[in-house]
Design a protein around this ligand. Structure first.
Ligand code: HEC
Ligand code: HEC
Ligand code: HEC
Ligand code: HEC
Ligand code: HEC
Length: 278
């Protein structure tokens, strides 16, 4: 399994992911890709579970895992469930595997952030600073990683799906305040729009044979700093400060675009107004 090296900053709007491994190192833990490299080769969990009928209900099985980014990165069943993937018999392999309903399980809902956080250290650290984590620990009424990333833990929410996920709790009938879901969907749209703008501007800068003007370089570096700071939005849930960082990044990128000799763009981007009373 080749290491998943940071992709070029210009690929596919995934700037935040590219910056995340650096944050993880700063926080003193291994990056997701470094952990994945240690995945053992002959995987008996996968070999045996591939032959089993699919699990129903909340559970998942081989088929869901096979198509996931975790499978592609060599992250096996044991990364989340424990057990011994080198053992061919179920009894041996399952030593240490405990059903999710049991408080001792690595996938018991309140322990999920720690399990995922072994590899996703930056997201887990931000999440631990959130009101959500405090509520998860105190009364169970906070989301855990799987609430938002799905039971196979491999999907990333789109702005469209944010509304539904958050309003499971943030609604008139739910356990949390109304209004957060809409705000979150707007900030997520801004995340996406700013990543695309970053790609366009940095590609344009990279394509210049004559070299990038110093002013454009400075502004692009500033935008990178703001985007890195905004990456905590989903996991610490400080939506206001994330929106401010994203708007600042957007301003820098428009400045860099003009410094590169392009005409100033029309104001079409998504903008989050300062928060009013609710
Ligand atoms: C309340 C919802 C929510 C919770 C809880 C949550 N996340 Fe996320 N997470 C998101 C959203 C939304 C995104 C997508 C942000 C984006 O597109 O930039 C995301 C993105 C990610 C990404 C991918 C970043 C990228 O490059 O796109 C990882 C990895 C991740 N989360 C891990 C975790 C872990 C680990 C936990 C638990 C400690 C967790 N998340 C808890 C909503 C959540
Ligand atoms: C030789 C076949 C075999 C191997 C190897 C195997 N499993 Fe299983 N596993 C099963 C069967 C069959 C079930 C259905 C429940 C049962 O009867 O134990 C199961 C159930 C499970 C469950 C559901 C929890 C439960 O107790 O019902 C999990 C989680 C699981 N396996 C994870 C793993 C992991 C992780 C590995 C590798 C470390 C692994 N399995 C290796 C056959 C296997
Ligand atoms: C990224 C983490 C992750 C990976 C990888 C993973 N699982 Fe799971 N799995 C979970 C979580 C979390 C649950 C708890 C139920 C839920 O919320 O979806 C779970 C639940 C299950 C269940 C239902 C039984 C229970 O304990 O609730 C089965 C069966 C299962 N997993 C099998 C597998 C098999 C087989 C593989 C590999 C092919 C695998 N899982 C890979 C995280 C993972
Ligand atoms: C053994 C390490 C490991 C564990 C444990 C782990 N992951 Fe991952 N995860 C990875 C790797 C490696 C990737 C793929 C490389 C990348 O994109 O960072 C990944 C990718 C992801 C993504 C991005 C998916 C996308 O569509 O871009 C999300 C979200 C995610 N993991 C969430 C979780 C959650 C939630 C858990 C716990 C239930 C978890 N992971 C457990 C290593 C791990
Ligand atoms: C499982 C329930 C649950 C889910 C799902 C959930 N939340 Fe929450 N959230 C809570 C609870 C409980 C609180 C604390 C009480 C409150 O503020 O209403 C909270 C508080 C918040 C806060 C206030 C944080 C602070 O520092 O004051 C924000 C912002 C927030 N949630 C955003 C979101 C977003 C965005 C989503 C969806 C991506 C989401 N929540 C999904 C339960 C949930």
């Amino acid at each position: 399994m080749p290491p998943t090296n940071p992709r070029p900053l210009t690929s596919g709007g995934r700037l935040l992911r590219v910056l995340a491994p650096g944050l993880a190192l700063l926080l003193g833990a291994g990056s997701a890709s470094a952990q994945a490299r240690r995945a053992p080769a002959p995987d008996q969990c996968v070999t045996c579970h591939a032959r089993l009928p699919e699990t129903s209900g909340a559970g998942h099985g081989f088929a869901a895992w096979r198509g996931s980014p975790h499978a592609k990165a060599g992250v096996g069943c044991e990364a989340c469930h424990g057990g011994n993937p080198a053992a061919a018999s179920a009894a041996e392999a399952h030593r240490g595997v405990v059903r999710s309903g049991d408080t001792a399980s690595t996938v018991f809902f309140a322990r999920i952030p720690a399990t995922c956080g072994r590899c996703h250290a930056a997201e887990a650290a931000y999440f631990r600073s959130s009101v959500h984590y405090a509520r998860l620990r105190s009364d169970g009424h906070g989301p855990n990683c799987v609430t938002c990333h799905g039971s196979m833990a491999t999907t990333v929410l789109t702005p469209e799906r944010v509304l539904g996920t958050c309003s499971a709790c943030h609604s008139a009938a739910g356990v949390a305040s109304v209004g957060k879901s809409r705000e979150a969907a707007q900030v997520l749209a801004l995340v996406r729009a700013t990543s695309v703008l970053y790609d366009v501007v940095s590609t344009s800068a990279g394509a210049r044979a004559a070299g990038t003007p110093a002013r454009a370089r400075t502004l692009i570096a500033d935008a990178e700093r703001h985007l890195a700071a905004a990456a905590e939005v989903w996991h610490s849930f400080r939506l206001d400060s994330a929106a401010a960082r994203l708007n600042a990044a957007r301003g820098d990128l428009v400045g860099a675009w003009v410094a590169l000799g392009h005409p100033a763009p029309r104001e079409t981007g998504v903008r989050i107004p300062a928060r009013g009373p609710r």
